[in-house]
Design a protein around this ligand. Structure first.
Ligand code: UT7
Length: 331
């Protein structure tokens, strides 16, 4: 069902943080048996940013959150709730949201994490929308920081070439100006949990010397299977959210897909018959930064003056879980 014009949730501030250090494909050629040619042709990634050893995920999130608040022209006291989407928490508990809440000197504002794989930012928007429209929260700060390079096995060429670190954040509030979130589709299939996971370190396989020796505390992925499910599910979610919003493919100004692999991005665009020039791509600069890909994309379009009032954005992501979701949004 499409949201009424009177009550929608809108993004009123966007911020990002990207660590300074860049790791290029040429650097990776010296670390594992790979080549710039393979990485670019199979994934689209040319370089990625890597956090400093002394930085935790929350440090990236605090920087992005501050930038989003500045963009919205607000101080932290104007926020009612901090939501954090991440797969790489500072600690299993407390939540990364609480670390960020402390870092922002946010008093006693409630804060909690969302664990939804790379789909976390879209899940976060959907949760925030429900809370805002029900009156539970007036303004929500949604933060999406990720530091997968600290759970990457740097000897596994099938995964270490893919990921980077970054954070995005958005200030969200109610609007009646006709813009904002129009519809959503969100799904999960826990039967596909083994496709992409960090097996050890939780209660299922607690950390022991053996799990460390077997490298089970690193991200593991069945890349081919993830690829197939991703293309199918992103296509389905995008179509469902367009339908719910009463929109057609031709109405879309920008398809903003999760940046996991250029071939997944292009296949999704083709499946939806959305022309290439309307499909946002920046994977070459950052690699897969998981929950941060969608906010980084929105921020880049906004900063580049490429978003006009009334433009229709189709946000579309998938990730570990398996989770997938899409949102139709009027800028
Ligand atoms: O946010 C969600 C996270 N994950 C994803 O979105 C990942 C989705 N999957 C993918 O992006 C792709 O499956 C990968 C990029 C991970 C792999 O690409 P692929 O085309 O599916 O390659 P593959 O796994 O089928 O491997 C093809 C070959 C293999 O060699 P053989 O067995 O054919 O001799 C691999 O060993 O490529 C080899 N290979 C590499 N070669 C050079 C795998 N990684 C590398 C590498 N450099 N980095």
């Amino acid at each position: 069902m499409q949201r009424s014009d009177q009550k929608r949730m809108k993004i009123t501030g966007m911020g990002v943080y990207v660590p300074e250090k860049i790791l290029t494909n040429a650097d990776l050629e010296k670390m594992v048996e790979t080549s710039d040619e393979w990485i670019v042709s199979r994934t689209g990634v040319r370089e990625r940013h890597i956090a400093r050893p002394d930085q935790a995920t929350s440090d990236l999130g605090v920087e992005a959150a501050r930038a989003a608040l500045t963009d919205a022209g607000l101080g932290i006291e104007a926020i009612d709730l901090i939501l954090v989407a991440t797969n790489t928490p500072d600690t299993i508990f407390p939540s990364t949201a609480c670390w960020i809440q402390s870092g922002l000197k946010a008093g006693t504002i409630p804060a909690f994490d969302i664990s939804a794989g790379c789909t976390g930012f879209i899940y976060g928007l959907i949760i925030a929308e429900g809370l805002i429209r029900s009156g539970t929260a007036g303004r929500v700060l949604l933060v999406a920081p990720e530091m997968l390079t600290k759970v990457t096995n740097w000897e596994d060429r099938a995964t270490c070439v893919l990921f980077g670190d970054a954070a995005g954040a958005a200030v969200l509030e109610e609007t009646s100006d006709g813009s904002g979130m129009l519809s959503h589709c969100w799904k999960a299939d826990g039967n596909l949990a083994d496709l992409l996971s960090m097996p050890a370190g939780g209660t299922r396989i607690p950390t022991t010397q053996k799990t460390v020796e077997e490298k089970l505390h690193y991200l593991q992925m069945k890349g081919n299977d993830v690829f197939k499910h991703a293309v199918k599910r992103m296509g389905e979610a995008a179509l469902e959210s367009l339908k719910k919003a009463g929109l057609k493919k031709e109405d879309v100004t920008w398809l903003i897909p999760h940046q996991a692999n250029i071939r997944i991005i292009e296949a999704t665009g083709e499946r939806l018959h959305i022309p290439k020039e309307k499909v946002f791509v920046n994977i070459h600069k950052y690699g897969n930064v998981s929950v941060a890909t969608i906010p980084l994309a929105i921020h880049e379009l906004k900063q580049g003056g490429k978003l006009k009032k009334g433009d229709i954005l189709l946000l579309d992501a998938f990730g570990a879980g398996f989770t997938w979701a899409a949102i139709a949004y009027r800028w």
